[in-house]
Design a protein around this ligand. Structure first.
Ligand SMILES: Nc1ncnc2c1ncn2[C@@H]1O[C@H](COP(=O)(O)OP(=O)(O)OP(=O)(O)O)[C@@H](O)[C@H]1O
Ligand SMILES: [Mg+2]
Length: 399
């Protein structure tokens, strides 16, 4: 056994040796750096600073939740924004950016401003979108400042009400002329369309209050001129069967929608059977046949949007015409048209052309694809009956 004093002496000498080695390495490195030219020294220093900046930013990005940051969400722009219904969930750390979306340094390549996030409780993936490039958003701000006769860079939130359009919206309400041409959704705006958009608008300041405030109208106007996508998603919600992503809400200049899978270009190099199968739903090529609905003897049109959107062909429009316009089942009380447009048809229409029976068959067919078959025969019958009536009119005029 080695005595303690000998063992200590040995470990002390090995420590001294290590220290000497470190000193030699450091002085060698210092001498090498001293020998470098000034240009190389500057380059090394710049590279060092840049790496520290990149690593620092990465660490900050990955450890911080940017969705609690008002500057990132641009909530200070509101009501020149998309809304605020999700702000509480963002502030409550319920939603967090994920993957590359966490890294702010990469925002300059993310020109479409689309980020991916996750709900921490439900685990569902969502897509956060600014709906425009930064440059486009700047241009909109600029336009609003000009409309308010303010210099570029004005405080949009404060001056929005003072823009010419904003002032008119405050005084007269949101009118079709304010939205006309702002987006394809508003190519032909009507009061009805505005009412429908307002009705489904989730971003009202007081969502439970039916009253729409001026602030809500201004916010809706700015959304329309920026990108009508959130208005489309709210007016035609996926819960009603529309084939769009689900709208979760908005905060500042971000909206959140459901993640709908990878883009099609990701499948470009996928095997042929995979590509040919994409989008294909069961029964997609089987005719969608709508069922007759009695509706207490009144006009009505009931159908499943889910079936309608998943099939290639549907007989809905023929059903609607036969059910609510032509046949005896049509009963438009408002227009005072009981028994349909073709009521009291002459005997030759009933007997020679079987028109009454065909219309009934079109309303509730007794055979598979019966409505389409009946439709063909109805068109043929009407074509001939129309010619008979035309020749009768002509004969009447001559006599
Ligand atoms: N709900 C979503 N689910 C999955 N990916 C999405 C979703 N929304 C957008 N993306 C992805 O982000 C990209 C950009 O979306 P964005 O809606 O900004 O533009 P776009 O759909 O390409 O064109 P448009 O301006 O006509 O909407 C899409 O191409 C798609 O890859
Ligand atoms: Mg899109």
């Amino acid at each position: 056994m080695i005595p303690d004093h000998v063992r200590n002496r040995r470990s002390g000498s090995s420590q001294n040796r290590q220290m000497r080695n470190v000193r030699v390495v450091v002085s060698d490195a210092a001498a090498t750096i001293r020998r470098l030219s000034w240009r190389t020294k500057c380059f090394l220093l710049a590279t060092l600073c840049l790496s520290m900046y990149i690593y620092g930013s990465l660490i900050v990005s990955l450890t911080r939740n940017h969705l609690v940051d008002d500057a990132f969400l641009q909530t200070d722009k509101c009501p020149a924004c998309y809304g605020h219904s999700l702000c509480w969930a963002f502030k409550d750390n319920q939603i967090k950016l994920k993957g590359w979306s966490q890294v702010r340094l990469l925002d300059f390549v993310n020109i479409k401003n689309v980020h991916f996030a996750e709900h921490s409780e439900h685990g569902q993936t969502m897509v956060l979108k600014k709906l425009a490039h930064d440059k486009e958003l700047d241009e909109i701000d600029e336009k609003l400042c000009q409309d308010a006769l303010r210099p570029v860079g004005c405080d949009i939130a404060r001056v929005l009400m003072r823009t010419n359009t904003g002032d008119e919206i405050r005084r007269l309400g949101l009118l079709p002329k304010h939205l006309k041409g702002t987006a394809s959704m508003f190519s032909c705006p009507t009061y009805n369309l505005i009412d429908k958009v307002m009705e489904s608008y989730k971003e009202k300041l007081k969502p439970d209050n039916p009253e729409v405030m001026t602030r809500d109208k201004l916010q809706l106007y700015v959304t329309a001129i920026t990108n009508p996508e959130p208005l489309m998603l709210q007016t035609f919600p996926s819960s009603d069967g529309w084939p769009f992503p689900e709208y979760y809400g908005a905060c500042g200049r971000f909206i959140a929608v459901s993640y709908e899978g990878e883009p099609l270009y990701n499948y470009y190099n996928a095997p042929w059977p995979k590509r040919v199968n994409l989008m294909k739903k069961p029964l997609w090529n089987q005719l969608h046949e709508n069922r007759f609905d009695e509706c207490d003897g009144k006009n009505c049109l009931t159908f499943s949007t889910e079936d309608l959107c998943s099939r290639m062909e549907s007989d809905l429009n023929y059903y609607a015409v036969c059910r609510n316009l032509l046949s005896k089942y049509a009963n438009d009380a408002d227009l005072g048209m009981p028994s349909g447009l073709l009521h009291d048809m002459p005997n030759f229409a009933v007997d020679d052309w079987d028109l009454e029976h065909l219309l009934n068959e079109c309303v509730h067919p007794t055979a598979t694809e019966g409505r389409l078959k009946a439709k063909e025969r109805i068109i043929h019958a009407l074509e001939n009956l129309r010619n008979v009536e035309d020749s009768r009119d002509a004969a009447h005029r001559i006599s």
